[in-house]
Structure formats: C-alpha cells, structure tokens
Design a binder for this molecule. Structure first.
Ligand SMILES: [Zn+2]
Length: 201
C-alpha cells in the first residue's frame, strides 16, 4: 500500500569504538542510523569506504537520540551533503549536545534551521521516498528524545533503549511501554546502538 518498490533491504554496520552505526539500504538509496562520535569524520569516511558505501548514496542521517556517541557527526554529514532527519520529539534535545562535549572533542554544533524535521506520522512517507518500507516510532526511556526506526520486515533500530531486564525503577514504565509499542508494530529483531543484533526481547 505504501508504494515502496520491492528492492531488497540490506543492513550493514559501519560502527567503531563500541557504537553501531547502521546503514540501511534499498539498493543505492541509503539511510544511516546513528551518526558517529564528535571529531571522527575521517574514521567514519574510512568505515563507509571499507564497506563500499559512497557517502553520496546516503539520503538521510538519523540519530536515534542526541547523545554524543550517536549524533556526534550530524553537522559534518550535513556539510557533506547528507540531510539530517529529525523527529519532532528530538528538536529540543539537539542543543544539549553542547553540554556533552569538551572543546578537544572537536564537536561541530548542529544547526536547527536546515534539518528535515518531521512528525512521527510523516515518517512512513519520508522513508518511502528513499525506498524504505517502515516507520519511525517514539521510544523514550533511555532519553526523552529516543526514537526507533522500524522496518516493515520487523527490523528495529533501537539506539540505547534499555533492555527490559536492565531497566531501573525510574524509567521502567517508559521503557516497557516503548518495547510494547515496537512489538505491537511488528518488531522481531533488534539492531541496538551497542552490541550485536538480537531477537526481540
Ligand atoms: Zn545514549
């Protein structure tokens, strides 16, 4: 019904320093989920080259949340021609990146006026335009601005959404609700921000 052509989806990890950066591709139309550490654009470019992923084929960058180890290169990607896809619940979290870094981290501040900012309801159409069948869901818990990319094949890119077994009392309800939402929307496999892909808990 979405009109997305039936190009097989491939998933590649270009992560380094213990964080996964997932490249989700429909042929040569690609989405990068999580955007590197501050000051590491050279390392990121090398990781992409190693996996034969041309930067120009990345149609959007998406940060699962605005922590330095997930959105550190967002602005450099924009400067390299990769637009930043921002969800409505994330806008107010972007300025907080500045408080997470030291000058020596060489973080490039993320500007707010030139992003592709969408609502969750608009996410399916935005993804369809780059050949991906899926949606982006709000999955708070680890942070208020955490989102997950959920493909229609059940692949869920969850960032740092806390595994249910590790949930502290403070956020237990929020985390549980986020996992429930993913399950209700068909998630079967988890591609987390750290550690290997695994079945849905
Ligand atoms: Zn985090």
């Amino acid at each position: 019904m979405s009109g997305v052509p039936n190009t097989p989806i491939t998933i590649v990890n270009v992560g380094y320093r213990s964080t996964n950066f997932w490249v989700v591709s429909a042929g040569a139309s690609r989405l990068l989920v999580d955007l590197g550490y501050p000051g590491t654009m050279g390392q990121m470019r090398a990781a992409l080259a190693r996996m034969d992923i041309p930067l120009r084929e990345i149609r959007f960058g998406l940060a699962t949340h605005y922590h330095y180890d997930h959105a550190g290169l967002a602005q450099e990607f924009k400067q390299s021609g990769v637009p930043l896809l921002v969800l409505e619940s994330q806008v107010s979290a972007i300025p907080s990146m500045l408080s997470q870094v030291k000058p020596s981290d060489r973080f490039v501040e993320i500007t707010l006026h030139d992003n592709v900012t969408i609502s969750f309801a608009e996410s399916r159409a935005a993804l369809a335009r780059i050949g991906l069948a899926g949606e982006i869901l709000p999955t708070p818990g680890h942070s208020d601005d955490s989102v997950s990319l959920l493909l229609d094949d059940g692949s869920a890119f969850t960032g740092d959404l806390t595994p249910p077994a590790l949930t502290g009392m403070a956020t237990a309800e929020t985390v549980t609700a986020s996992w429930r939402l993913l399950r209700e929307h068909g998630a079967t496999r988890v591609y987390p921000g750290h550690g290997p892909a695994r079945p849905m808990p």
